[in-house]
Design a binder for this molecule. Sequence first.
Ligand code: KG4
Ligand code: ZN
Length: 361
Amino acid sequence: MVVLGIESTCDETSAAVVVRHEDGGGRILSNVVFSQIAEHAAYGGVVPEIAARAHVEVLDTLIARAMEESGHNFSSIDAVAAAAGPGLIGGVIVGLTTAKAIALVRKKPLIAVNHLEAHALTARLTDGTPFPYILLLASGGHTQIVAVRGVGDYVRIGTTRDDAIGEAFDKTAKLLGLAYPGGPQVEKEALTGNATRFALPRPMAGRNDADFSLSGLKTAVRLEAERIAPLSDQDVRDLCASFQQAVVDVIADRLRHGLRAFRERFGMPTALVTSGGVAANEAIRKMLHRVAFEAGIVLVAPPPQLCTDNGAMIAWAGAERLALGLTDGLDISPRARWPLADVNKPPAPASAGLAKLPQDL
Ligand code: KG4
Ligand code: ZN
């Protein structure tokens, strides 16, 4: 089965073609990604309106390039998949509507993919990881520990009560005067910093659940920075190293609790799988290896370009759903919010809001 996948939920526009074989194995035939970071950098974060317009500008070209590189054309593919949420609604509308147009004109099945499900299933494309496994999804917008039990079968074990982990990196970087996106900058500064200089909190550590809370940690960095201002370059490095170490410790603790909860409810996971931009961090990866080793399971960390947002993961999730006969109608709505637990629930009908409009409009 050959599937075209479209991603446009945040600040990456991407189109990809992926094949899924009958034995469940998969291969990426093309994966073209356009990052909008340059467009948003001046604002220190993603601006939804700019993102939506940038998706419109490049998506057609990216799809054409992805098709060409894959050696397929619109007749030879089996289906079109697009991320239908969760995400910035303007971008989601652009990708989903484009996919609908292709599906309609080319008479192909449409698959409206949940972006989080696509992150969750990437390890099956890259490593053929069998169910059930435990997933740490850590990006700029999401922080979750999830039991992945099958296609469409996800149980959330832990989540953040405030900031996402990547968001905490970005906000910390911003308050220290570092560039956006902050994660890679903080990691770079931390390399030559002293991680023990500042005694930062480990929020939620030791608690019985597997939830996160990161806003207090970011505030603690701000208070330390204000206390010793003006900051020297070495102060910034030490603050970055101390912050990163606190995040590493918190994730390790939360994952250990998450693993225990997983084993109690579902037995032994086959692997610890990671996804999302934060998984590119070397210190975090090292810790994940340690936690997986302790638990007697392998760590599956897809290459960074497949951990961050990309069309291949959408195409693959589409192929996994298509293999089970799960396709969607052309009337399916995009969703800004779409928790993994609701992955199989249909959205409210697209026309639901229109009924409330005054008659004379
Ligand atoms: O998955 P992603 O590319 O986009 C979404 O948020 O969906 O993740 C981007 C996030 C940003 O918050 C970025 O600062 C963080 O991942 N990130 C990192 C690193 N590289 C990217 N955080 C820590 N260390 C890194 N090396
Ligand atoms: Zn993502």
